[in-house]
Design a protein around this ligand. Structure first.
Ligand code: SAM
Length: 227
Protein backbone atom coordinates (compact mmCIF):
# COMPACT_ATOMS: atom_id res chain seq x y z
CA UNK A 1 0.00 0.00 0.00
CA UNK A 2 1.49 3.31 -1.03
CA UNK A 3 0.45 6.66 0.43
CA UNK A 4 1.59 9.99 -0.97
CA UNK A 5 0.80 12.85 1.40
CA UNK A 6 0.72 16.38 -0.02
CA UNK A 7 0.97 18.95 2.74
CA UNK A 8 2.47 22.29 3.68
CA UNK A 9 3.76 20.77 6.94
CA UNK A 10 5.47 17.42 6.24
CA UNK A 11 7.33 17.59 9.58
CA UNK A 12 4.06 16.93 11.42
CA UNK A 13 4.31 13.28 10.31
CA UNK A 14 7.79 12.53 11.63
CA UNK A 15 6.79 11.11 15.03
CA UNK A 16 3.83 9.23 13.64
CA UNK A 17 5.83 7.45 10.94
CA UNK A 18 8.47 6.19 13.32
CA UNK A 19 6.31 4.41 15.90
CA UNK A 20 4.53 1.12 16.39
CA UNK A 21 2.61 -0.69 13.62
CA UNK A 22 3.27 1.89 10.93
CA UNK A 23 7.00 1.88 11.57
CA UNK A 24 7.09 -1.93 11.36
CA UNK A 25 4.96 -2.00 8.21
CA UNK A 26 7.26 0.52 6.54
CA UNK A 27 10.36 -1.47 7.58
CA UNK A 28 8.79 -4.61 6.11
CA UNK A 29 7.93 -2.75 2.87
CA UNK A 30 4.22 -3.53 3.27
CA UNK A 31 3.38 0.18 3.47
CA UNK A 32 5.16 3.26 2.21
CA UNK A 33 4.31 6.84 3.17
CA UNK A 34 5.87 9.51 0.95
CA UNK A 35 5.70 13.14 1.99
CA UNK A 36 5.59 16.02 -0.49
CA UNK A 37 5.59 19.71 0.34
CA UNK A 38 3.01 21.53 -1.79
CA UNK A 39 5.14 24.65 -1.46
CA UNK A 40 7.73 23.03 -3.75
CA UNK A 41 5.25 23.67 -6.60
CA UNK A 42 4.92 27.42 -5.87
CA UNK A 43 6.15 29.51 -8.76
CA UNK A 44 6.94 32.96 -7.34
CA UNK A 45 10.06 34.00 -5.49
CA UNK A 46 8.22 34.07 -2.14
CA UNK A 47 7.04 30.47 -2.69
CA UNK A 48 3.44 31.60 -2.13
CA UNK A 49 0.72 28.99 -1.92
CA UNK A 50 -2.20 31.06 -0.61
CA UNK A 51 -3.94 34.37 -1.26
CA UNK A 52 -6.90 36.42 -0.06
CA UNK A 53 -10.38 35.21 -1.04
CA UNK A 54 -12.08 36.85 -4.01
CA UNK A 55 -15.26 38.48 -2.72
CA UNK A 56 -13.63 39.37 0.58
CA UNK A 57 -13.80 37.72 3.97
CA UNK A 58 -11.33 36.51 6.55
CA UNK A 59 -8.36 34.19 6.10
CA UNK A 60 -6.40 32.91 3.17
CA UNK A 61 -7.32 30.39 0.48
CA UNK A 62 -4.91 27.84 -1.01
CA UNK A 63 -4.27 28.72 -4.65
CA UNK A 64 -5.14 26.10 -7.27
CA UNK A 65 -1.78 26.08 -9.11
CA UNK A 66 0.58 24.57 -6.53
CA UNK A 67 -1.93 21.97 -5.31
CA UNK A 68 -3.04 20.77 -8.76
CA UNK A 69 0.49 20.70 -10.14
CA UNK A 70 1.81 18.92 -7.05
CA UNK A 71 -0.81 16.18 -7.39
CA UNK A 72 -0.14 15.78 -11.12
CA UNK A 73 3.62 15.55 -10.59
CA UNK A 74 3.33 13.11 -7.68
CA UNK A 75 0.99 10.90 -9.71
CA UNK A 76 3.82 10.48 -12.24
CA UNK A 77 6.35 9.26 -9.64
CA UNK A 78 5.26 5.64 -9.99
CA UNK A 79 3.24 3.75 -12.58
CA UNK A 80 0.33 2.80 -10.32
CA UNK A 81 -2.23 5.60 -10.50
CA UNK A 82 -3.39 6.72 -7.04
CA UNK A 83 -6.90 7.67 -5.92
CA UNK A 84 -6.78 11.31 -4.89
CA UNK A 85 -8.32 11.98 -1.46
CA UNK A 86 -8.88 15.52 -0.27
CA UNK A 87 -9.24 15.96 3.48
CA UNK A 88 -12.01 18.49 4.01
CA UNK A 89 -14.82 19.02 6.53
CA UNK A 90 -17.15 19.22 3.53
CA UNK A 91 -16.39 15.67 2.37
CA UNK A 92 -18.05 12.28 2.93
CA UNK A 93 -17.88 11.49 6.65
CA UNK A 94 -15.28 8.81 7.30
CA UNK A 95 -16.61 5.50 8.57
CA UNK A 96 -15.44 1.90 8.32
CA UNK A 97 -17.33 1.40 5.03
CA UNK A 98 -15.41 4.26 3.44
CA UNK A 99 -12.15 2.96 4.97
CA UNK A 100 -12.84 -0.42 3.32
CA UNK A 101 -13.44 1.29 -0.02
CA UNK A 102 -10.22 3.29 0.26
CA UNK A 103 -8.26 0.17 1.25
CA UNK A 104 -9.15 -1.41 -2.12
CA UNK A 105 -6.83 1.06 -3.85
CA UNK A 106 -3.14 0.11 -3.93
CA UNK A 107 -2.20 3.77 -3.77
CA UNK A 108 -3.77 6.87 -2.18
CA UNK A 109 -2.73 10.51 -2.61
CA UNK A 110 -3.82 12.45 0.48
CA UNK A 111 -4.22 16.17 -0.08
CA UNK A 112 -4.10 18.17 3.17
CA UNK A 113 -5.63 21.64 3.36
CA UNK A 114 -4.79 24.55 5.67
CA UNK A 115 -6.13 28.07 6.34
CA UNK A 116 -9.59 28.42 4.70
CA UNK A 117 -9.01 25.35 2.54
CA UNK A 118 -8.47 24.95 -1.22
CA UNK A 119 -9.71 27.08 -4.11
CA UNK A 120 -12.79 25.25 -5.52
CA UNK A 121 -10.99 24.60 -8.82
CA UNK A 122 -8.66 22.10 -7.13
CA UNK A 123 -11.69 19.82 -6.64
CA UNK A 124 -13.15 20.67 -10.05
CA UNK A 125 -9.94 19.60 -11.80
CA UNK A 126 -8.75 16.67 -9.67
CA UNK A 127 -12.18 15.22 -8.83
CA UNK A 128 -10.89 13.80 -5.56
CA UNK A 129 -12.75 11.65 -3.07
CA UNK A 130 -13.47 14.30 -0.45
CA UNK A 131 -13.25 12.87 3.07
CA UNK A 132 -14.26 14.45 6.37
CA UNK A 133 -13.44 13.30 9.90
CA UNK A 134 -16.81 14.64 11.05
CA UNK A 135 -18.78 17.79 11.69
CA UNK A 136 -16.06 19.81 13.37
CA UNK A 137 -13.15 21.91 12.17
CA UNK A 138 -9.49 21.15 12.82
CA UNK A 139 -6.58 23.33 11.77
CA UNK A 140 -5.29 21.24 8.89
CA UNK A 141 -5.71 18.05 6.92
CA UNK A 142 -2.58 16.38 8.35
CA UNK A 143 -4.27 14.82 11.38
CA UNK A 144 -7.12 13.68 9.13
CA UNK A 145 -4.60 12.10 6.71
CA UNK A 146 -3.00 10.23 9.62
CA UNK A 147 -6.43 8.92 10.63
CA UNK A 148 -7.04 7.67 7.08
CA UNK A 149 -3.61 6.00 6.94
CA UNK A 150 -4.08 4.45 10.38
CA UNK A 151 -7.48 3.00 9.52
CA UNK A 152 -6.55 1.82 6.01
CA UNK A 153 -3.38 0.00 7.02
CA UNK A 154 -5.35 -2.14 9.49
CA UNK A 155 -6.98 -3.65 6.38
CA UNK A 156 -3.72 -4.00 4.44
CA UNK A 157 -2.64 -7.66 4.36
CA UNK A 158 0.43 -8.30 6.53
CA UNK A 159 0.13 -5.21 8.73
CA UNK A 160 -1.69 -6.69 11.74
CA UNK A 161 0.11 -9.53 13.46
CA UNK A 162 -3.19 -11.43 13.53
CA UNK A 163 -5.24 -10.94 10.34
CA UNK A 164 -8.40 -11.94 12.22
CA UNK A 165 -8.20 -8.97 14.52
CA UNK A 166 -9.25 -6.43 11.87
CA UNK A 167 -12.15 -8.63 10.76
CA UNK A 168 -13.79 -8.54 14.19
CA UNK A 169 -13.28 -4.83 14.78
CA UNK A 170 -16.42 -2.86 15.54
CA UNK A 171 -18.11 -1.46 12.38
CA UNK A 172 -16.42 -3.92 9.96
CA UNK A 173 -18.46 -5.27 7.05
CA UNK A 174 -20.23 -8.41 8.20
CA UNK A 175 -20.09 -7.19 11.79
CA UNK A 176 -22.97 -4.85 12.56
CA UNK A 177 -22.31 -5.10 16.29
CA UNK A 178 -19.77 -3.35 18.49
CA UNK A 179 -16.93 -5.53 19.68
CA UNK A 180 -17.54 -7.51 22.90
CA UNK A 181 -16.02 -6.56 26.26
CA UNK A 182 -12.34 -7.53 26.50
CA UNK A 183 -10.38 -8.54 29.61
CA UNK A 184 -6.77 -9.37 30.43
CA UNK A 185 -4.77 -10.02 33.60
CA UNK A 186 -5.16 -9.65 36.54
CA UNK A 187 -8.23 -11.85 37.09
CA UNK A 188 -9.41 -9.55 39.88
CA UNK A 189 -8.79 -5.81 39.93
CA UNK A 190 -10.23 -3.61 42.70
CA UNK A 191 -12.79 -6.30 43.42
CA UNK A 192 -13.93 -6.56 39.77
CA UNK A 193 -13.60 -10.10 38.42
CA UNK A 194 -13.13 -11.30 34.86
CA UNK A 195 -16.27 -13.25 33.82
CA UNK A 196 -15.71 -16.92 34.73
CA UNK A 197 -16.63 -18.18 31.25
CA UNK A 198 -13.58 -16.48 29.70
CA UNK A 199 -11.33 -18.59 31.93
CA UNK A 200 -13.18 -21.83 31.17
CA UNK A 201 -11.34 -22.79 27.98
CA UNK A 202 -14.75 -23.76 26.46
CA UNK A 203 -14.58 -22.07 23.04
CA UNK A 204 -18.28 -22.60 22.29
CA UNK A 205 -19.37 -20.95 25.53
CA UNK A 206 -16.86 -18.14 25.08
CA UNK A 207 -18.17 -17.44 21.57
CA UNK A 208 -21.77 -17.33 22.88
CA UNK A 209 -20.79 -15.03 25.76
CA UNK A 210 -19.01 -12.68 23.36
CA UNK A 211 -21.98 -12.58 20.99
CA UNK A 212 -24.22 -11.67 23.93
CA UNK A 213 -21.75 -9.04 25.16
CA UNK A 214 -21.66 -7.51 21.67
CA UNK A 215 -25.46 -7.37 21.50
CA UNK A 216 -25.81 -5.75 24.93
CA UNK A 217 -23.12 -3.16 24.23
CA UNK A 218 -24.57 -2.26 20.85
CA UNK A 219 -28.10 -1.97 22.26
CA UNK A 220 -27.01 0.33 25.07
CA UNK A 221 -24.32 2.40 23.29
CA UNK A 222 -25.29 2.43 19.62
CA UNK A 223 -28.90 1.29 19.16
CA UNK A 224 -28.88 2.96 15.71
CA UNK A 225 -26.58 0.17 14.45
CA UNK A 226 -29.26 -2.45 15.13
CA UNK A 227 -31.88 -0.74 12.96
N1 SAM B 1 -12.99 27.13 6.17
C1 SAM B 1 -13.12 25.71 5.99
C2 SAM B 1 -14.59 25.30 6.11
O1 SAM B 1 -15.32 25.94 6.86
O2 SAM B 1 -15.00 24.33 5.47
C3 SAM B 1 -12.30 24.97 7.02
C4 SAM B 1 -10.82 25.04 6.77
S1 SAM B 1 -9.85 24.16 7.98
C5 SAM B 1 -9.47 25.41 9.13
C6 SAM B 1 -8.33 23.89 7.15
C7 SAM B 1 -8.13 22.49 6.64
O3 SAM B 1 -8.21 21.56 7.71
C8 SAM B 1 -9.13 21.98 5.61
O4 SAM B 1 -8.82 22.42 4.31
C9 SAM B 1 -8.99 20.48 5.74
O5 SAM B 1 -7.90 19.97 5.00
C10 SAM B 1 -8.69 20.32 7.23
N2 SAM B 1 -9.89 19.96 8.00
C11 SAM B 1 -10.53 20.72 8.91
N3 SAM B 1 -11.56 20.07 9.45
C12 SAM B 1 -11.59 18.84 8.89
C13 SAM B 1 -12.44 17.71 9.01
N4 SAM B 1 -13.49 17.71 9.83
N5 SAM B 1 -12.17 16.63 8.25
C14 SAM B 1 -11.11 16.61 7.41
N6 SAM B 1 -10.28 17.66 7.23
C15 SAM B 1 -10.51 18.76 7.96
Amino acid sequence: MRFDVLTLFPEIFSGYLTQSLLKLSIERSIVSVNLHNIRDWATDKHRSVDDRPFGGGPGMVLMPGPAVEAVEAVQQLVETPGRVVMLTPQGRPLNQRLVEELAEHPRLLLLCGRYEGFDQRVSDILQPQEVSLGDFIINGGEVAAMVVIDAVIRLTPGVLGDEESGRYDSFSTGNRLLEFAQYTRPRVYRGLEVPEVLLSGDHGQIARWREQSSRERTASRRPDLLQ
